[in-house]
Design a protein around this ligand. Structure first.
Ligand SMILES: Nc1ncnc2c1ncn2[C@@H]1O[C@H](COP(=O)(O)O)[C@@H](OP(=O)(O)O)[C@H]1O
Ligand SMILES: [Mg+2]
Length: 250
């Protein structure tokens, strides 16, 4: 609900509008295949970043922003409200003209994802924390993995829980496959940054999924070093078995 005299949009509405709008801009950058791959990626990152930062500065001037494509001046560490943004997740997929890329927009409050949105523009989809349905239905027996294959922990989980790998590019696209109920889990290790997983985790938590570090700890954002190397997003029904598989030597 909007407050009279206050901002025109709720935080969740704003997150969704930004994720969708940056997605439209990126679709425009790729339109007609007029640029080469390298130009597409570089320009997509830069234009989406420019638009998003301008919009946030105008719409939420008191909030801090951490973005993959902007300098980090660390003023965010003194703020309660910090937007964590990946203007184009899956840049290489975008450059290659696949549909596996995303825009991530999350507001964190005290380091915890609050209003969050992930758009998959080439698939015509926007997922937002204030509207996402609870994940339910049958388990699928599938796990989302990077285009480059399993990490060691992901392979161990797939082996122990007998999950079949589905290859998907972009962290946001993999996480939204769990949110849609197309796969049961996404297990990442070996490196990522807060912008790669913050909005996906915000939407996944709102959809009732289990999200944690691989050791089971809560995922906390807005750290001095925004490196967040491992996490799991999965159906609650398999969370205990999955974390158990990660604890055991393989
Ligand atoms: N080992 C690693 N170290 C750092 N970043 C990684 C990584 N593995 C994946 N990522 C990042 O996570 C995102 C999804 O990767 P993938 O499709 O392979 O799962 C990509 O983000 P960007 O496209 O925003 O750079 C990629 O750079
Ligand atoms: Mg990314």
């Amino acid at each position: 609900m909007t407050v009279p005299g206050g901002p025109r949009h709720t935080d969740a509405e704003l997150a969704a509008i930004i994720a969708e709008g940056a997605g439209q801009l990126l679709l425009g950058v790729g339109h007609g295949e007029l640029l080469d791959r390298r130009q597409l990626g570089d320009l997509g990152d830069a234009l989406a970043q420019a638009w998003i930062s301008r919009v946030l500065r105008r719409q939420r001037p008191a909030d801090a922003v951490l973005s993959e494509e902007a300098d980090d001046d660390l003023t965010r560490l003194d703020r309660e409200r910090v937007w964590i943004i990946d203007p184009l997740d899956g840049t290489s997929e975008f450059s290659r003209g696949t549909t596996h890329w995303a825009v991530h927009v999350a507001l964190t409050i005290g380091g915890i994802p609050d209003a969050s949105a992930v758009s998959l523009p080439a698939q015509g989809q926007v997922y937002r924390s204030d509207e996402v349905p609870q994940v339910g239905g049958e388990l699928t027996g599938r796990i989302a993995v990077s285009r480059y294959g399993h990490s060691y922990p992901s392979a161990a989980v797939a082996d122990r829980l007998q999950l079949q790998a589905v290859h998907i590019g972009s962290a946001g696209a993999k996480a939204m496959a769990v949110v849609r109920g197309d796969v049961d889990a996404y297990v990442h290790s070996g490196g990522q940054y807060e912008w790669d997983n913050c909005a996906p985790v915000g939407v996944a938590l709102a959809a009732g999924l289990h999200c944690s570090r691989l050791n089971g700890d809560e995922i906390v954002y807005n750290n001095p070093q925004p490196y967040l190397p491992d996490f799991v997003i999965c159906r609650r029904e398999i969370a205990d078995d999955l974390l158990d598989a990660l604890r055991s030597p393989w």
